[in-house]
Design a protein around this ligand. Structure first.
Ligand SMILES: N[C@@H](CCC(=O)N[C@@H](CS)C(=O)NCC(=O)O)C(=O)O
Length: 265
């Protein structure tokens, strides 16, 4: 049996797949796809054959290609059921899927909007314009391209940012409320719901935004519980910290503006 993962170290979508692989103690072969502007491996014609959207992650199990991180998580659960990360009870399973689909319903796009407006845009502003132009010409996903072009130009004044911040605020409050009488998001088990969402909390924190949810004690405890799991350390922390010095500085600079958006959301 072989499992191969095409992934990028700091990608949220890849982090959650690596977390599941670690929880299930599965061996896998790494194909590191450098998605930065210097390399742009995600647009390599050979990679596009297995992932036409030009994004990571992609899982290959005994030659079978599976893409879309939420689909990959459920696939791993079906193919390798132990230890389980999905509740047995049909109602709880439905609750778990309501949490995970939030990501595809907009959270992932919103996370990119926030990241691009606060920090990532500088990579594009500082790069050779010909390389940037080629990058966006090669990018298969139209929404991603259109959003980036607005966000690269406007930064924290982007018209897309207020709604993205509002999505995070309401999600984080909902997580905090849900945790009032339980340790994990669904039932009494650590599940794909917890794994999928925690990476977004930490992504926003890497942009120095954690003071925004300082009042959400249960969310903070839940986050800390997951971050101290040995699997989080091997699957996320050891693959590299997203909090570069530049990201810290940029996050601190725009914090007041983002805070105002959070407060008015
Ligand atoms: N819906 C996809 C989204 C994957 C995605 O957006 N991956 C990002 C990294 S988190 C990526 O590959 N970005 C490369 C790019 O935008 O060019 C999934 O969940 O697998």
């Amino acid at each position: 049996m072989t499992l191969e993962l095409y992934h990028f170290d700091r990608s949220t979508a890849a982090q959650k797949v690596r977390l599941v692989l670690a929880e299930k103690n599965l061996d896998w072969e790494s194909h590191h796809i450098e998605t930065n502007l210097d390399k742009r491996d995600q647009h390599d014609p050979d990679y596009l054959k297995i992932n036409p959207s030009g994004v990571v992650p992609t899982l290959v199990h005994d030659g079978k290609v599976i893409r879309e991180s939420n689909v990959i998580l459920e696939y791993l659960e079906d193919a390798f059921p132990f230890p389980p990360l999905r509740p047995e009870d049909p109602f709880e399973r439905a609750q778990m899927r309501l949490w995970t689909r939030r990501i595809d319903d907009g959270l992932h796009v919103d996370s990119r909007i926030v990241g691009q407006c606060i920090a990532m845009r500088y990579r594009f502003l500082e790069a050779d314009p010909a390389v940037v132009e080629q990058h966006y010409r090669d990018m298969p996903e139209t929404v991603r391209r259109k959003n980036d072009l607005i966000n690269n130009e406007m930064g924290v004044d982007s018209p897309l940012l207020p709604d993205a911040i509002a999505t995070f605020k309401s999600l984080f409050r909902e997580i905090d409320t849900t945790l009032a009488d339980r340790q994990w998001l669904v039932g009494d088990m650590f599940s794909l719901a917890d794994i999928s969402l925690v990476v977004y909390v930490n992504r926003l924190a890497s942009f120095q935004m954690a003071p925004l949810w300082d009042d959400l004690e249960r969310l903070k405890d839940w986050n800390a519980r997951i971050m101290t799991r040995p699997t989080y350390i091997t699957a996320v922390t050891e693959w590299g910290d997203t909090t570069s010095q530049k990201r810290v500085e940029l996050g601190q600079q725009v914090f007041p503006k983002v805070k105002a958006l959070w407060e008015s959301a």
